[in-house]
Design a protein around this ligand. Structure first.
Ligand code: ADP
Length: 190
């Protein structure tokens, strides 16, 4: 199995690149952001709980997202592997994911970390907000908060995967095709 963590700040292009990887490698895409937005759209209790955090650009509590991922892993036993997109976002989430995957004997193969300048991130997110209508992409202070939360709580994950030899930094600036090529060059070696 090929289990990839697609990592990077908001606006780094994780979702866009995930689409490429699904096609090339036949992996199952698990985006916690997409899953949470579906819960909100469906008006579930979980969605209601998550909404207030997402609107402010704060992280949804660990137990909520871990529970969602656990269900998805249990319901997708026959797949070739997963692309985790926007998850894990805290060290506790990464530990929980390792425990869940170890139960199946299918550990994380690698963490692909997209690196993009802060100003470029803000530009991309504001542009995405105009098209997608996502409220958290339309307010500069929410965007800045998401980047700060990323720096404080999510960036330390690099130090979690590095000692395991699983961290791969990838230049996330340039054309979509160029970045996809850089990802593929790393994945072939895994
Ligand atoms: P982006 O990467 O652009 O921030 P996402 O769709 O990944 O977009 O996430 C949107 C929001 O959903 C986050 O700001 C956060 O509130 C919530 N969220 C998504 N994934 C997680 C996670 N793994 N842990 C906690 N909150 C999450």
């Amino acid at each position: 199995m090929l289990n990839l963590v697609l990592f990077g700040p908001p606006g780094a292009g994780k979702g866009t690149q995930a689409e490429f990887l699904i096609k090339s490698y036949g992996l199952e895409h698990l985006s916690t952001g997409d899953l949470l937005r579906s819960e909100i759209a469906a008006g579930t209790k979980l969605g209601l709980e998550a909404k207030s955090f997402m609107e402010k650009g704060e992280l949804v509590p660990d137990e909520v997202v871990i529970g969602m991922i656990k269900t998805k892993l249990e319901n997708n036993k026959a797949v070739k592997g997963f692309i985790f997109d926007g998850f894990p976002r805290t060290v506790d989430q990464a530990k929980a994911l390792d425990n869940l995957l170890n139960e199946n004997g299918t550990p994380i193969s690698g963490m692909l970390s997209l690196e993009v300048d802060k100003q470029e991130l803000i530009n991309r997110l504001m542009k995405r907000g105009e098209i997608s209508g996502r409220p958290d992409d339309q307010d500069q202070s929410v965007i800045e908060n998401r980047i700060n939360v990323y720096n404080q709580k999510t960036l330390p994950l690099i130090e979690y995967y590095k000692p395991q030899g699983k961290h791969f930094g990838i230049n996330g600036m340039g054309s979509i095709e160029d970045i996809a090529g850089r990802l593929e060059a790393v994945i072939t070696k895994l």
